[in-house]
Structure formats: structure tokens, C-alpha cells
Design a protein around this ligand. Sequence first.
Ligand SMILES: [Zn+2]
Length: 381
Amino acid sequence: MPCWCCNRSSVGCFDLIAEDGAARAGVLHTAHGDVQTPAFMPVGTKASVKSLHPDEVRSLGASIVLGNAYHLHFRPGEELIAELGGLHAFSGWDGPILTDSGGFQVFSLRDTLASVDDDGVTFRSVYDGAAERFTPELAARIQRSLGSDVAMCLDVCAPAGVDRTELEDAVRRTSLWAERQRGADRAAGQLVFGISQGGTDPELRRRSIEEITALDFDGNALGGLAVGEDWAEMLETVGWAAPLLPHFKPRYFMGIGDAAGILEVIARGIDMFDCVLPTRTARTGSALTAGGRLNLRNSRFARDPAPIEDGCDCPACTRFSRAYVRHLVNQDELLGLRLLSLHNLRFVLRLTENARAAIERGEFQAFRVAALARLEQEEVV
Ligand SMILES: [Zn+2]
């Protein structure tokens, strides 16, 4: 189905293929290819999805990966990356890339934060402690040099539990900065997404969404959620906030990657999401499965010939046993980390693919209820 805006599915167009309740299936057209939504974006913070080759990431079903302007600005620097042909050429990933602006890193590393004013934010670099300053103009310039397909606005991401004055300042500055970044130069074909803030405060979140969407970005994100607030309150906020975002543009929930969270935000009208959870969980020796989390370090797997997850089509499950993976992780063998990363990413990407198929069939609600019921058997590890 061609898109509503130009009938040609040009770069930047978002075709809505199917809607099922508030859940949506679509296609976002970018300069480096199409992204089928709902889409989970594996995180390649430092221009690499930890321990995986880009061909592996692609074969797991990822169509878009995430890079990080904060980290790449400091190491190795966006100018160096631009000199070597941009982030796609540099990292060997030729598909779509979304880059985060660095707002989340600057504001979540609270002890490195020095001061924030209407012009920008001053902080100490996590790499060498040097005083640094980010402004919306710099965030635009970094992402332009990286040449990502989707650049994110620099926002003020307030943690959960801050007082209302701080939250209100975050909303006000996020809008000021978005307006400045909106007018900045961008890479050829680069889309720019705006971010709303306001936590779970109905008035501030609504105000932020109104101000950001008035700037007419190519897509819109809900930022400053899943940052430590109450889970039910967060979901309630997504439930009324997502429908306030433009219907015919992609909606991105920043920072969710557990199976239940993915199902719940899709159900509320979110199209894109990212999280380090699948690869971070792998580094702790745990696997994500439809029946909950498995700690492969556990001695009960010592003689278990079964795959990590029955029926999984990933490169770990089609060839290796739990007993072998347990041995590898307990011996800190690199292959153990890689196998768990492959499995965990495949799990999340398959869940998202299945959610999309269920939306297209008009059966998402039943799919979600069944998947959540299986997850409730989750083992505590
Ligand atoms: Zn697997």
C-alpha cells in the first residue's frame, strides 16, 4: 500500500499496512532500505552490536540498528568516521541506522552532569573526565557526520521521581532545543525524529507532545519513560500519549526490550523500540525465552542436552545444548557470550516479527494475551 503523503513511498514515508486496535504494522522507508514495523532495534552503541558480525545481526532478522552519538563523538570521533565514509561504511552495516543524540547518556549519568541551561548542557566525559558541552547544533552536526538514516533530537531526559519544576524545565528545554535542531543541516536523506518528555505527568507530557509534534518531524519518540517509574503508570501514560502522536508517522518508544514491555507498547500504538537488554542479559549468562528467563550458569543445566529454547531457529539453538552453553559461560569462553547474544536477539526479533504478523491477521490481542501468559511462568534468577 503506497503511503498517504506522496503515493510513492519515498524516503521518509511511513506506510501503514495494518491496524489492529491501537497496534500498527507499517513500513518506514529510509535512505538505506525499508524498516518493517513494529521494529526492534538492536543497540550498537559503539558502532558494534556487542560481539556480533553485521551479517549475523542481519540474519537474525534485524532491519535497523541503533548507534550512539555520545559515545561515537568521544571515541573515535565523528570526523574520523566521516573521513572513512560514514557510520555505514565504517561499521560494515549497510542497512538503516538510527542514532541517539546523546541526551539520554548525558542526563542518565547523573554524577557526570555539571549544569544545564537553555543553550545546552555541560558534563564530564565518561572517557576522560574532561568538561564537555552538548548543544542541539552539535547533536545535529555529529549525526550529520555519522550519516545515520534517522537522527534524534537532543532532549533533556529527566529521571523518574524529579520534582515538577525540574520536569517542567526538561519539557521547556526539550522543545527549545528541538526547534533549533529542526533548522540545522542534516545528511542527505537523513530523517529527524522529535522526542517528547514530561515523565508520566499528564499535563507536562501532553504539552511536550503538542510542542514537539507542531515542529513536524519525520517521526516522534516518547522519551523519559522506562527510566525507573512505576510500570503500570508508565504503560498507562503510553496508552494515552502514543495516540496523541501523528497517526501517519512512526512512533518510537526509547528504551524497552523485555518481551512483556515490547508486547505492551505495541498494543498501545508504538512502532519502534530499542534496548540493550538482549545483549546485556547475554553477558550475565542468561537467556530470554517465551517461558521467561533462564540462567544458564545454573547447575541444573549441566547435563541438559536440550537447546536453550525448544523450537528456536537461532544459530545457538539449532546446534548446541544447554549443557554446552552452560560450560562456555561458566568458563568465560567468548563463544558462550556470542551464542547467548545470538539467541536473545533472535528471541526479541522473532517476537516482534510474530507480533507484526498477528497485527496483519487482526489477531494481535489474542497473540499478546497468550504470549504474556507464557512469560508469567518466568523463573526468577
Ligand atoms: Zn535460540
